[in-house]
Design a protein. Structure first.
Length: 311
């Protein structure tokens, strides 16, 4: 039986952690380990989790790991969880969401049957008054891994990491970088994991419940703050592979990353040229064209700005 590691960062979710934990502890598949990372949460989330584990699910203690750390954000919490994982496959779950109780079993059976490095599946967006099924298209039939990556950067598919179950060996056999900030952190990691996956499989099943009603959700931020965080993350990813981008996870999207970062600096008046001194030279080195996966008017505006300012 394949072993699945479920990693759950925990921070300020006392209203939701019980539902999340029950959905994990009630999984129909036996060979699952549960890794909860206490990311320095100041509320009662961990007390609720420990009480649930002690009173109702004590038989799962030997399959449950609790990692303690000072607050460092979602990417660092996921990384800490990965360091403790021992499963054949890894599944991330956000602690304000929940799984179908058959999720681990369906994923394990699919992985066992196909041998895929990556199994991706659907989610159910839980809104205030309705539930809506969403998911990635079947990219195994639409160009494969690199087409999947390009689609994440052009809004044609979802970057959600929580609906992508990966072989843990992808993490252990490749140097996987983690984002410095919390915006578009899923895309940052998924870009690398998709690139290093030798095979993938689309499981046409909604297995994940994605809560859209949590007012503290990280995605509910002002636009400028979002663009600041996403620009820093994506340009940081590019910098890891700058010396040889054509043979790297960003080979088809690095030009978009550069233009995207520069556009955000100009349009939102963000000090990204100051933060990344190489950004202006990177813009100067790029041609203008559709291969950059960003509207031409934005490319031309960025080129004009860089040419007319002392950068």
């Amino acid at each position: 039986m394949l072993k699945i590691s479920v990693i759950v960062p925990v921070y300020r979710v006392e209203a939701y952690i019980e539902q999340c934990a029950r959905s994990l502890f009630d999984q129909t598949y036996a060979n699952v380990e549960f890794i909860f990372v206490n990311d320095g949460t100041p509320d009662a989330s961990m007390s609720i989790l420990r009480g649930l584990l002690e009173k109702e699910y004590s038989h799962l203690k030997d399959r449950t790991v609790i990692v303690e750390q000072e607050n460092a954000g979602l990417p660092a919490a996921r990384r800490a969880g990965l360091a403790r994982a021992s499963g054949d496959y890894v599944l991330f779950v956000d602690s304000d969401d929940w799984l179908e109780t058959t999720a681990a079993q369906e994923l394990a059976e699919c992985a066992q049957r196909t041998g895929a490095d990556l199994v991706f599946y659907k989610l159910i967006k839980e809104k205030k008054n309705k539930s809506v099924v969403r998911g990635d298209r079947d990219w195994t039939k639409l160009g494969g891994n690199m087409a999947f990556i390009k689609a994440m950067y052009t809004g044609k598919t979802y970057g959600y990491l929580v609906i992508k179950c990966f072989k843990r060996s992808i993490y252990t056999e490749n140097e996987i970088y983690f984002p410095p900030m919390g915006m578009l952190e899923d895309v940052y990691l998924a870009t690398q994991l998709l690139y290093y996956s030798r095979s993938m499989y689309c499981l046409d099943r909604p297995l994940y419940h994605y809560r859209r009603t949590n007012p503290a959700s990280f995605t509910r931020q002002k636009r400028e703050k979002k663009r600041w965080g996403s620009s820093i993350n994506l340009y940081d990813l590019y910098l890891h592979f700058k010396d040889n981008p054509q043979n790297s996870p960003v080979k088809d999207v690095y030009r978009r990353i550069i233009y995207y970062t520069a556009w955000n600096a100009i349009y939102f008046k963000l000090p990204l040229f100051e933060k990344f001194p190489s950004l202006a030279d990177d813009v100067k080195s790029l041609p203008v064209g559709p291969q950059n996966l960003i509207p031409l008017y934005k490319q031309l505006a960025v080129k004009f700005y860089v040419r007319t300012h002392k950068l």
